[in-house]
Design a protein around this ligand. Structure first.
Ligand SMILES: *Cc1c(COP(=O)(O)O)cnc(C)c1O
Length: 262
């Protein structure tokens, strides 16, 4: 809807910072918007604003995924603020994983940045991907435009009821998030001690990006044991993305990786 409302097809542009979520480009393509890809730097951080100003010179949408999928890191709010201050289009901060992070949401910047849109979803921390329910936080003006172009009853009543229930009763998801965070720490530690693991990237999301020696072999062996991980080797060399599971699942995963011989 943001593409339809705020971009002129064939003219405006979409800016993304790879390696990142692939759906931004898919949506841009559907709307006949060119995607400009600006690589993150070597620690997966956003390029300095001085390097960016020349590049982000069109109208359109600029996507910042924070915590970023698949790298797991968050971006400082200051960097987001600097970008939003120079970009003439809308800056979309995708916070699908923010509930797994201890950092503050970009929602706190909305009052000072009229061109900011913050997205969240019930698909991740709330575990309700089947509802197909997300949220956009933005200025009154931006939200008014979205309300004008949305189809009637675009969120069905069952999703509304279940979504409100989840948002009112956050106790269950909060305790699950706490467990996930402690498992994330344990998993990071255990994986780092395995010789085939070269690097576990620090993560503020519900997954870890891990560089392996022989990532192909790890991927196929895990798959043959019924453990499905995400192959991200095309985006980040030798890296797999592994979702933090239940304590039981994590134990099985660690043992499975330990057993894989060179
Ligand atoms: C999962 C995810 C979303 C949203 O998924 P929906 O199920 O469509 O709400 C958005 N951004 C990122 C980066 C994601 O990983």
């Amino acid at each position: 809807m943001l593409f339809r409302a705020f971009c002129e097809p064939g003219k405006d542009k979409s800016y993304v910072f790879p390696p990142t979520y692939g759906m931004y480009e898919v949506s841009a393509n559907i709307n006949n918007i060119e995607t400009v890809k600006i690589s993150l730097n070597s620690d997966f951080q956003l390029p300095h604003i001085n390097e960016l100003v020349e590049t982000i010179d069109s109208n359109g949408l600029l996507f910042i995924c924070s915590p970023n999928n698949p790298t797991g890191n968050i971006y400082p709010l200051n960097a987001i603020k600097e970008i939003a201050s120079v970009f003439s289009g809308l800056v979309i901060v995708d916070e699908a994983y923010i509930d797994f992070s201890s950092s503050e949401s970009a929602i706190s910047l909305l009052n000072e940045l009229p061109n900011l849109v913050v997205l969240n979803t019930l698909s991740k921390a709330y575990g309700l991907a089947g509802l197909r329910l997300g949220m956009a936080f933005a200025s009154k003006e931006v939200i008014a435009v979205l309300n004008k172009i949305k189809p009637p009853y675009n969120v069905n009543s069952i999703s509304q009821i279940e979504g409100l229930k989840a948002l009112k009763n956050t106790k269950k998801s909060l305790s699950q998030i706490d467990l996930l965070k402690s498992e994330r720490t344990l998993l990071t530690k255990a994986l780092s001690a395995i010789p085939s693991v070269i690097k576990v990237y620090p993560s503020e999301a519900n997954f870890l990006l891990i560089e392996f020696d022989q990532s192909d072999k790890i991927f196929t062996t895990l798959k043959s044991k019924g453990i499905i991980v995400r192959d991200r080797t095309k985006e980040v060399k030798n890296c797999l993305r592994i979702t933090v599971g239940t304590p039981e699942q994590n134990r099985i995963l660690i043992n499975a990786i330990k057993e894989i011989k060179k």
